[in-house]
Ligand binder design. Structure first.
Ligand SMILES: *Cc1c(COP(=O)(O)O)cnc(C)c1O
Length: 409
């Protein structure tokens, strides 16, 4: 079942799983099993013929995963979804799914992407996919013209996967996905020929379907690190790929064959967290907008980046999420600031209930030169804030006292 509104989809969307009993538990049980038993060989046949109510082996499918997948699909307006053990597993499965659905091979697949990419995704592309024969093309600019040029330079007999993040991590650059998809679809290299053409894949981790649904804006597939907002409670790692049925089935094969399935317990936790997603995103967004607005007024703070403040804010009428970044005067000032925080903890992930801070130059972007950092839109004094659900006055008070060197303000 799919509803029009995220608030309803988060609580009621997807299959009515486990409802076949007359009187069943209100919440889903955790099917913490590696294998399932069959009553008859007829049932085995039915399973192998695709009966969705039968399961065989948890690597191939599990009721908790199915429950999560159908609800995620309802939320993202997707035909289908497959979950995986991490966001990185989802990136890989999504690329494989699009490549195979398009009838392409790795040596004929070109990934055109932004240089402001999540570090883990960049590592996957350059350390794993390049040796497998993929071509990676990094575009310097967010502007549709630059993307169009990169696509038009493609050989004709090539599948192009345009890979974009709705908001980049940690540079906090928001993309105008509709403009990008319109420009990209206008290029369509090798359109209509097997193994050629264009697929647009969007990493929607930073906004979540509660705020923005790329498939409604021309994307062909979406992926998530469910570790972040979809689960939202910092207690389970996971990922998801959402697209048309054919792509998802190929992505599912990649998850099965590479053994990157989500465990039943992580799936259950993610499903539980997901139900409050729209409510959390509303509060993350209003808190972050409030903090970003106040940070801009502080003399010690430079370069406040929050998509809800910039020219694209109208693209996100429901809110621009909880992530923002800003610069301090120097790396020493960044160190003093982080030491001075009382309530806000330093933890190099994001999207949890509590406000956390991270410092890309010594975590995700460690060992990079100043020039490399700059090329990704950050510096040695960039602080990234994952704004949580606390009272914004308390969040701001902690930031202010830490900026003043830890004294009371
Ligand atoms: C965290 C993250 C990923 C990777 O997800 P994992 O669950 O850590 O594997 C991918 N993309 C973005 C934007 C992320 O923030």
């Amino acid at each position: 079942m799919k509803y029009d509104k995220p608030f309803t989809n988060a609580l009621q969307g997807g299959d009515k799983a486990f409802r076949e009993m007359k009187n069943f538990s209100k919440t889903a049980p955790i099917f913490e099993t590696s294998v399932f038993s069959f009553d008859s060989l007829e049932d085995v046949d039915a399973y192998l013929n695709g009966d969705p109510d039968l399961y065989m082996y948890s690597r191939l499918g599990n009721p908790n995963n199915r429950q999560l997948e159908t609800r995620l699909a309802a939320l993202e307006s997707a035909e289908a979804a497959v979950v995986s053990s991490s966001g990185m597993a989802a990136v890989f499965a999504a690329v494989m799914g699009l490549m195979k659905a398009g009838g392409a091979v790795s040596s004929g697949t070109r990934i055109v992407t932004s240089r402001y990419l999540y570090g883990g995704t960049r590592s996957l592309f350059f350390q794993e996919l390049v040796p497998l024969g993929f071509t990676i093309v990094e575009v310097d600019s967010e502007l549709p013209d630059a993307v169009l040029n990169a696509l038009n330079e493609s050989p004709r007999d090539c599948l192009n996967i345009l890979y974009w993040e709705t908001v980049s991590n940690p540079g906090m650059k928001a993309a105008d996905i509709r403009k990008l998809t319109e420009a990209a679809h206008a290029s369509k290299p090798g359109k209509g020929e097997t193994g050629c053409g264009l697929e647009i894949l969007v990493d929607n981790t930073f906004l979540s379907p509660a705020l923005f649904r790329p498939l409604e804006h021309g994307a062909d597939a979406v992926l998530h690190s469910t570790t972040k907002y979809l689960n939202g409670h910092s207690d389970a790692t996971g990922g998801a790929v959402l697209s048309r049925e054919e792509v998802v089935e190929h992505a599912r094969k990649a998850v099965i064959n590479f053994g990157s399935q989500l465990s039943p317990f992580e799936s259950w936790l993610t499903f539980r967290g997901l139900q409050t997603l729209p409510m959390r995103m509303e509060r993350h967004s209003s808190n972050a907008l409030d903090i970003a607005t106040r940070l801009k007024e502080l003399p010690e703070v430079y370069n406040v980046c929050y998509p809800g403040l910039d020219s694209l804010r109208d693209s996100f009428p429901l809110g621009a999420g909880g992530m923002l970044s800003f610069d301090l005067e120097s790396s020493a000032a960044a160190g003093r600031f982080i030491r001075g925080l009382n309530m806000i903890s330093f933890s190099p992930s994001l999207a949890g209930l509590q406000t956390t801070v991270s410092y890309p130059a010594s975590t995700s972007h460690r060992n990079q030169s100043d020039e490399m950092l700059r090329s990704q839109g950050i510096s040695r004094s960039t602080i990234r804030l994952s704004v949580g659900l606390e009272d914004p006055d308390d969040i701001f008070q902690d930031i202010q006292q830490a900026l003043k060197g830890g004294e009371d303000v």
